[in-house]
Design a protein around this ligand. Structure first.
Ligand SMILES: CC(C)(COP(=O)(O)OP(=O)(O)OC[C@H]1O[C@@H](n2cnc3c(N)ncnc32)[C@H](O)[C@@H]1O)[C@@H](O)C(=O)NCCC(=O)NCCS
Ligand SMILES: Nc1ncnc2c1ncn2[C@@H]1O[C@H](COP(=O)(O)OP(=O)(O)OP(=O)(O)O)[C@@H](O)[C@H]1O
Length: 289
């Protein structure tokens, strides 16, 4: 076993566990309630997150051992194959429920990108820096340069995913667009927030991270369960809470109220949840906890 890949995989699983453990998260599964979900609870997420550790290890190892001269699009092809097996492992662990499909895709890119950066920069995990995070996102951009191909010939495809439908209906690129641009929601929003809030208590810090990411993300889960107008409206509400001081000033009450509103609307910001987990993951690497 490769020690570095093991450590990165452990951090990835822990990041998913920190995300599901955070409460009260509007619309999402947390230890207090299942938000707008009827088919999963916190234990479903624990089973899923732990079942994914071997795949996180494989993603990282692929990056660590990838040729320094081959095109990075080949690394993407490799991790997508591993990702397909990871999806099977997730469905086996959850008895058929989609807990972490988006997270598998994003963490495949993060883990492979981190492995590749460690290898090409000849460095080790304890010496990880903000600059290496930036390099990792540049690698991810190079890996996903042809990701737009996913959107070709959709009009003849029989069964469209939510993300594909969203592209056809609105031209919104969702998680694929985020990846192909090198995760601007993390580079310009989530990670700067994590770097600036190291003194804040963890629960308040991550609840305010939730608001900040929600305001700045085109969360395709909210759109497919409702519509673009609903996303815009809840982003406005979240921005108003930030302006009033967020969790640090207001405590958990507005989050409970927002949870009730999201349940009524049957919406769940699953993309925002994945970006919280991602911010925590890079937070572990940069030792921001
Ligand atoms: C690209 C993926 C996520 C499929 O997208 P799909 O169109 O099915 O899903 P959709 O767009 O609805 O979003 C999926 C998930 O992404 C997350 N998400 C949504 N919006 C965002 C956002 N703006 N930013 C980050 N994550 C987001 C959510 O968790 C959501 O549930 C991926 O599963 C995939 O590539 N599937 C094809 C099979 C495959 O290759 N699997 C292996 C992946 S490594
Ligand atoms: N804590 C969480 N609670 C709920 N969803 C989360 C959480 N963390 C991440 N997610 C993401 O949100 C997705 C679930 O959202 P949703 O139920 O809308 O998706 P779906 O299963 O594809 O759609 P549907 O249930 O409407 O058929 C998960 O697959 C996951 O990617």
């Amino acid at each position: 076993m490769n020690k570095t890949a093991e450590q990165v995989a452990q951090m990835a699983t822990n990041a998913l566990l920190y995300e599901v453990n955070l409460y009260p998260k509007p619309g999402l599964v947390d230890p207090i309630d299942n938000g707008a979900h009827h088919d999963m609870d916190v234990n479903t997420f624990i089973r899923s997150a732990t079942a994914l550790t071997p795949s996180f290890y494989q993603f990282t190892l692929s990056g660590l051992t990838f040729s320094k001269t081959a095109p990075l699009t080949e690394l993407f092809e490799t991790v997508r194959r591993i990702g397909q097996q990871a999806e099977k492992d997730m469905f086996a662990a959850t008895l058929g429920i989609n807990t972490h499909k988006g997270a598998i895709f994003s963490f495949a890119l993060f883990c492979a990108g981190i492995g590749y950066t460690l290898n090409t920069e000849k460095t080790i995990l304890p010496q990880w820096t903000e600059q290496l995070t930036t390099k990792t996102f540049q690698t991810i951009q190079a890996m996903t340069i042809h990701l737009d191909q996913d959107f070709q010939n959709l009009d003849t495809k029989p069964n469209l995913t939510y993300g594909e439908k969203l592209y056809l209906d609105y031209g919104i690129k969702g998680i694929r667009g985020e990846a192909a641009s090198g995760y601007p929601a993390l580079q310009t929003v989530g990670l700067p927030f994590m770097r600036q809030t190291q003194e804040v208590a963890l629960q308040q810090r991550l609840l305010d991270l939730f608001l900040t990411l929600l305001v700045n993300t085109t969360d395709s889960n909210i759109i497919h369960r409702s519509n673009l107008a609903t996303l815009t409206a809840v982003q406005k509400d979240a921005a108003a809470l930030i302006a009033k001081g967020g969790a640090q000033k207001l405590g958990r009450q507005p989050f409970d109220a927002m949870n009730q509103a999201f349940v009524k609307l049957n919406i769940s910001p699953g993309g925002t949840a994945d970006l919280i987990a991602a911010s925590v993951f890079f937070g572990f690497l940069e030792q921001l906890f």
